[in-house]
Design a binder for this molecule. Sequence first.
Ligand code: ADP
Ligand code: MG
Length: 267
Amino acid sequence: MSSDLQPGNTAAARAVPPEVLMSLQDVEKDYVTEAVTVHALRTVNLEIHRGEFVAMVGQSGSGKSTMMNIIGCLDRPTRGRYILDGIDVTHRSNDARAVVRNRLIGFVFQGFNLLPRTTALENVELPLVYRGVSAGERAKRALKALQSVGLADRLHHTPNQLSGGQQQRVAIARALVTQPPLLLADEPTGNLDTRTSYEVLGLLQDLNRKNKITIVLVTHEPDIAEYATRIIGFRDGRVRLDQPVTKRRFAADELAKFEAELEERSA
Ligand code: ADP
Ligand code: MG
């Protein structure tokens, strides 16, 4: 067997210009189970630039979560290369990838994943505890992150004392408290009602525009994707669509429209 065919033993990485934050080069991912091998990703080539707001769309099973796990350094490609912020992380150990992940990536999930019986402030401080930041400094930074998501008046509330939208904003503050350049959001509005979804999308748009945070959002809802600047569509583990959003939606406008319609109906 040629060594080229061994998993992970692929060609040298192609050069990546500095404006490219993520470069996926001939990335493939197989899941090998006893019965079958699933080709979850098949030869994906993608470049995502700093400052982009990308929506990844596709039906269930198309490979979105597999993609998220790879770009989030939670899993490795079977073949191909992944270069993140100039670092070839393809063959790095779990520990080394954890270091990269902690420094570069904030995660937001559909289910919020906050610690129960723990205040908003403490939840947001947590990533700093792992980094050995002093208590005083932690509180200061967590407060700032919560202010930036509009929750300065809910610092000592526990998750069960907060609405779904507020919980998601705490989760976003927690993802941002380490000031990562990249935010990965997997169906962040999946558990939220219409109004709250607009709030969270508006917050993501602000963070992208004002704070220059690169965002990759996974969604199965086509209209949510229109809040991004670029849509990448997956089918059967391949990129089938990659285009800029031509008529971009802005959450602040949609929210205003929504409120006006409500008012009209109740008038
Ligand atoms: P999506 O997030 O778009 O729904 P996934 O990336 O979760 O898609 O899955 C892509 C394909 O890989 C699916 O066919 C799925 O069944 C399969 N798959 C995902 N995770 C595993 C796993 N851990 N083991 C085996 N197959 C998996
Ligand atoms: Mg998924």
